[in-house]
Design a protein. Structure first.
Length: 296
C-alpha cells in the first residue's frame, strides 16, 4: 500500500508538472476556486501577465494572498522590523561568521557599495533578502510582482481581500531563517544571491509555461539538499498550514482566487499535490488568448 501511495504521488506530480499554465482550477463537485503561482518581483517585459491570471481574477469575488503586502511596506511597521529582523543592540552578525564567509560577504557587499558595519545588525534572512533585491533590481526587475498587481486592482475594485498569514508571521519567519546557524546559512545563501538574476530568468520561463517539474528543480531541490531546515520552514510547514485555510474557502457562494509564491505549488509537498490528495480535482487553466511570451 505504501509503494502504491508513493507511486500515486509521483504520478500526480508528473501530471501537474506539464500543465502548461500558471493557474489551476481546484474543485469539489460544483464548488471551485482558482489558485495561481506568483513571482513576487518582475521585469517590465513580463507584462502583460499570462492571460490565465486575468481570466481567473475576473471570475472571482475574493482575492486571497499570502499576506497584506501594503502593511508589509508600511513605514509605520518599523518597530516590527526592529523586533523580528534585526539583532539586539550589541549583537553583530560578522562575529558569528567564519573568516571565509566574512570574505564572501564583504565581496558581495562591495559590489553594491555597502560595508559590513551597515549590515551588522541584520539577521541572515533579512540580509539575504536585501542583497537579492539589490541583485534583481540591478538586472531590471523593477515592476510589481503578480500578487502586488492584483492586490492593487482588487483594492481599487473593492473586492474582498483575505490573507493566509499576518505580516508578523512572515517577518518572524524571515528573522528566524539562519538565526543560530548563521555561518552555515550564509555559506549557501550568498552563492545563491550572486546567481539570483539567472535563476529568476529560468524560473520566469517555467512560471509562464506552468512547468512545475522545472520549478521544483530550480527552486525547491537546491534548498532541500543544502538546508533541509530552511526548506521545512519556508515551504513544507507553511503549505500544511495553508491547506485547511484553502479548504475552508469551499462551501460558500463566493468565487476565490488564491495567489501564492510559485514554489508553494510544486512537488509532492506543494499545495496542488496536497489538495489532490485531500480529494479535490486539480486542473490547469489555459486560455486561447494567452500571449506567447518567452523570457529573454
Amino acid at each position: 500500500m505504501y509503494k502504491a501511495l508513493v507511486s500515486g504521488v509521483l504520478l500526480l506530480c508528473s501530471l501537474l508538472a506539464h500543465a502548461e499554465s500558471s493557474v489551476w482550477r481546484v474543485s469539489k463537485g460544483t464548488d471551485q476556486l482558482w489558485i495561481g503561482g506568483t513571482v513576487h518581483l518582475l521585469p517590465p517585459a513580463q507584462y502583460p501577465l499570462p492571460a490565465e491570471f486575468d481570466a481567473a481574477y475576473q471570475q472571482t469575488d475574493v482575492l486571497v494572498l499570502e499576506t497584506d503586502l501594503n502593511k508589509m511596506q508600511d513605514a509605520g511597521n518599523a518597530s516590527l522590523i526592529q523586533q523580528y529582523l534585526l539583532y539586539p543592540t550589541g549583537t553583530m552578525l560578522s562575529i558569528k561568521l567564519t573568516a571565509t564567509t566574512r570574505q564572501q560577504l564583504q565581496a558581495l557587499l562591495q559590489k553594491h557599495s555597502l560595508t559590513v558595519p551597515q549590515i551588522e545588525q541584520f539577521k541572515p534572512g533579512m540580509l539575504v533578502t536585501q542583497l537579492t533585491l539589490l541583485e534583481l533590481q540591478q538586472q531590471g526587475f523593477s515592476s510589481p510582482g503578480v500578487d502586488q498587481h492584483f492586490l492593487t486592482l482588487a483594492a481599487q475594485q473593492k473586492k474582498t481581500l483575505k490573507y493566509l498569514e499576518p505580516i508578523e508571521f512572515q517577518l518572524k519567519l524571515l528573522g528566524d531563517l539562519g538565526t543560530g546557524r548563521e555561518d552555515l546559512f550564509l555559506q549557501h545563501a550568498l552563492s545563491d544571491v550572486e546567481q539570483s538574476a539567472d535563476l529568476m530568468d529560468k524560473t520566469l520561463s517555467a512560471w509562464r509555461a506552468g512547468e512545475l517539474a522545472q520549478v521544483e528543480q530550480l527552486v525547491l531541490a537546491p534548498v532541500k539538499a543544502a538546508d533541509a531546515q530552511t526548506y521545512q520552514q519556508m515551504f513544507v510547514s507553511r503549505n500544511q498550514a495553508w491547506l485547511p485555510q484553502i479548504q475552508a474557502l469551499f462551501g460558500n457562494k463566493e468565487q476565490e482566487l488564491v495567489l501564492v509564491g510559485l514554489g508553494h505549488l510544486a512537488g509532492s509537498d506543494g499545495l496542488l499535490a496536497l489538495l489532490q490528495q485531500a480529494g479535490y480535482q486539480v486542473e490547469a487553466v489555459k486560455t486561447a488568448s494567452s500571449p506567447d511570451k518567452t523570457t529573454e
